[in-house]
Structure formats: structure tokens, C-alpha cells
Write a protein that binds this ligand. Structure first.
Ligand SMILES: Cc1ncc(COP(=O)(O)O)c(C=O)c1O
Length: 399
């Protein structure tokens, strides 16, 4: 009623040339609703041109979309089958406890049901951690040059992030993190392997680190690329096996299982941590279709095997091409590789020129690494297109 009155008033004011008064009233409304500074300071998501439009404008006949670390095999077929089966029940609210998916995940990782939480992607679980664990004034500690959403969700939740630089090898500097712990530190975020650099924290280093961190500090180990890293690195740790009370592992179905658009991820940790996460999640998160997709994907061994073996073999081809072209790369434990191109100008040049040849890659300014470029490992034919484009660029630069 009241809102309707305001709108009518504004329309009338505008129509009746009482514009000044109408504007004045508008200002009053915006003065009333104060947007907190931390939200004002956040940058709104500015989508670029839609991909089909770019493809049309550049008249591209073949493309390789290698900018979001997605799985270019498409979604897991079993996930799609399970979504189809669940669709007729879409008039009903989903199971808020996510019984079946949590049971399967608990079995898979040898944990109990109450040590597993699921959410609308691991990003959503991460966002919920601020509600679940942080009191006013408590801080998150991490490195500069990690997953960009971490800084965004901390700010959105009015939590200060304190950072230390990555180490020389573009990995998490665990000693520097330990040295930066203070009274305000509530949690430490580690991405293992790190997106966007690909660097990995080895098993022994992670365990030593965890044992040195005071037990009242939560250690968030984001293993979004677990399945790839597990195949690529012999001493890659599986933190879901750990029984430390202050360690929380985050995983996702968006990468190796190929269902990024469905939004489903999970957390593994001590039941007290999981209970807090389950308390603050939206009641009916994730949807019935997302839960079904996760259940289906978990049993799609053939798809997972194909995805992982493609990544493990194709990433070697990237390294060979980078060596051939004398490009500096960071050995990666994810489904992506980062190039250190030394300057932002060169990164921009590669980004634009590769795009003109149909290859879409990610400049890393937003991640605090403006001199670096990330390339997702795609299907063999997409990677070939990328190699061809990189060789062309190298030939032009050599002239
Ligand atoms: C390190 C890391 N964590 C989390 C995510 C997000 O995963 P989800 O799709 O489950 O929200 C990504 C996605 O790129 C990522 O790179």
C-alpha cells in the first residue's frame, strides 16, 4: 500500500511537471536506505559481451573456451539422467537435510553423515562460513593471488581479509601465514591446488602447517580441483581424511564432474563445524535437481575417468608447447595452467590475439596477478587450437 502510494506519487509528480519535488522525494528514499560501506565498496559484477556475440562479431569458425576451468566434456551423463528422474517432483520442496547425497559422500570419504554438508556450490558454503563462524572484528587470513571469490565474500560479510604474498613458486607461503596469525585471526583459507596459479601444498607441508596453527583457528582447505590434483601429484594430500577438529575441506561438483551450472558442492569436517554450516544454509538449498545431479555424478566413474585422464595427459602437451615457445609456466595440479608473461601489457596482447583466433583465456588482474594468464586444459582438439594460436603469436613476436 505504502509503496504503491510512493510510486504513484512519483509518477504524478513527474507528469505534473513537479519534477523537482518528485526528485527530492526520490533522494529522501535513497537517504533512508543506507547501503553499508563494505557493500558500496564491492564492485558489481560486470558481465562481458556474451560468448555467442563475440563469436559472431569475430566471425570465428572454431573456438576453444578455456577461461573458466570448466569441464569441456559437458555434464556427467549420469547426472543428467538423475536430473531427468527428479524433475517430475519439482513441485515439492527438496530434502533440506540432503540425506541421500550426504550419505553417499560420507561413505565415499569414510566419514560419518554428520561430517558432511552440501550447498549451492562450494562458493555458497564458503559464503556461509562467515555467518557460521565469524564474530565482529574477526579476520580471515590468506594469500594474495588466490581464488578471487574469497575476497569478495569476505567483504560482502564485512570480514577483513589479511593477506601475505604467495611464495616464489606462486604457492601458499605457509611460513608467512603462520607468522601473520594474530588475536583477530579466526580462519585461514588455503586453495589446494591454488586457483589460479596451480601450485600445490604437499601432504607433509600441509600436516606440519595444521599442527602449528592454534586449534581455535579454522583452516579452510579448498580442494575444488581435488580429482585432477590427486591424479597429477604423488604427494597431494586428501584433507577429507584428516580428523583435526579445526580443518574444513571444501569440494565441488563443478569441475571434474562437469556440472558447474547446477550449483552443488560440499564440505567435510568435524560434526560441530558441519552442524553450524547446516544451521545457516538456506533451508532448501541445494535444489532437488542439484541434489539429484550430485547423486548421479558420484556414480559416473566412466565420465570421471575420461575427464581425469584427458587432463593428466593434455597438461603435458601444454608444458611441451610452453617449453618450445620459451613461455614461463607454473607446474599445475588443476585443470588449468598459468603463464607468467611478465607484464600486464603482454597479458592483454595475448588475451586479445588469442581471442581473435577463437581461443578464450583468462587474464588474472582481478586475482592480483596482472602479469599472468590462465589457460584451462580443454579437449584435445581445443588444446590443439590453442597451441596453433600460441605458435602463431610466437612467430609474430619473433619477427
Ligand atoms: C578454488 C575454487 N574454489 C571454489 C570454486 C567454486 O566452486 P563452485 O562452483 O562449487 O562454487 C572455484 C571455481 O572456480 C575455485 O576455483
Amino acid at each position: 500500500m505504502f509503496i504503491g502510494y510512493k510510486v504513484n506519487f512519483l509518477i504524478n509528480a513527474t507528469n505534473s511537471s513537479d519534477l523537482k519535488f518528485g526528485r527530492l522525494y526520490l533522494n529522501q528514499i535513497s537517504d533512508m536506505i543506507h547501503i553499508p560501506e563494505n557493500i558500496q565498496e564491492l564492485k558489481s559484477y560486470k558481465p562481458g559481451k556474451p560468448l555467442p556475440q563475440i563469436i559472431k562479431e569475430l566471425n570465428l569458425s572454431e573456438v576453444a573456451v578455456l577461461w573458466n576451468n570448466e569441464n569441456n566434456f559437458g555434464p556427467s551423463p549420469r547426472a543428467l539422467e538423475c536430473i531427468a528422474k527428479a524433475t517430475p517432483n519439482s513441485h515439492l520442496y527438496p530434502d533440506p537435510v540432503c540425506t541421500e547425497l550426504r550419505t553417499l559422500l560420507a561413505k565415499k570419504w569414510n566419514r560419518s553423515f554428520d561430517e558432511v554438508a552440501v550447498g549451492n556450490g562450494s562458493e555458497s558454503i564458503f559464503n556461509n562460513l562467515f555467518n557460521a563462524f565469524f564474530k565482529e572484528g574477526e579476520e580471515l587470513l590468506t594469500c594474495e593471488g588466490t581464488f578471487v571469490a574469497v575476497y569478495i565474500w569476505a567483504k560482502a560479510n564485512n570480514v577483513k581479509v589479511s593477506t601475505v604474498p604467495l611464495n616464489q613458486k606462486f604457492g601458499f607461503d605457509l611460513d608467512a601465514l603462520l607468522g601473520s596469525i594474530n588475536d583477530k585471526t579466526k580462519a585461514i583459507y588455503l586453495s589446494n591446488p591454488n586457483n589460479p596459479t596451480g601450485a600445490m601444498i604437499a601432504e607433509q607441508d600441509l600436516v606440519e602447517f595444521i599442527e602449528k596453527v592454534p586449534e581455535h583457528i579454522l583452516i579452510i582447505v579448498d580442494e575444488a580441483y581435488y580429482e585432477f590434483a590427486n591424479d597429477l601429484g604423488v604427494d597431494y594430500p586428501n584433507s577429507a581424511n584428516y580428523k583435526y577438529e579445526n580443518v574444513l575441506t571444501l569440494r565441488t561438483f563443478s569441475k571434474a564432474y562437469g556440472i558447474a551450472a547446477i550449483r552443488i558442492g560440499y564440505a567435510i569436517g568435524h560434526s560441530k563445524l558441519i552442524e553450524a554450516i547446516m544451521k545457516v544454509k538456506l533451508t532448501f538449498e541445494p535444489s532437488n535437481l542439484a541434489q539429484a545431479a550430485g547423486i548421479g555424478a558420484l556414480s559416473d566413474f566412466e565420465y570421471l575417468e575420461k575427464t581425469i585422464s584427458n587432463n593428466t595427459s593434455e597438461i603435458q602437451k601444454y608444458y611441451a608447447v610452453f617449453k618450445e615457445l620459451d613461455l614461463e609456466y607454473i607446474p599445475s595440479y588443476g585443470n588449468f595452467v598459468m603463464l607468467n608473461l611478465k607484464t600486464e601489457g603482454i597479458v592483454q596482447y595475448y588475451f586479445e590475439e588469442l581471442m581473435k583466433m577463437g581461443v578464450f583465456v583468462r587474464p588474472l588482474k582481478a586475482f592480483g596477478l596482472s602479469h599472468c594468464l590462465r589457460i584451462t586444459v580443454g579437449l584435445p582438439e581445443e588444446n590443439e587450437l590453442c597451441f596453433k594460436a600460441l605458435r602463431k603469436l610466437a612467430a609474430v613476436s619473433a619477427k
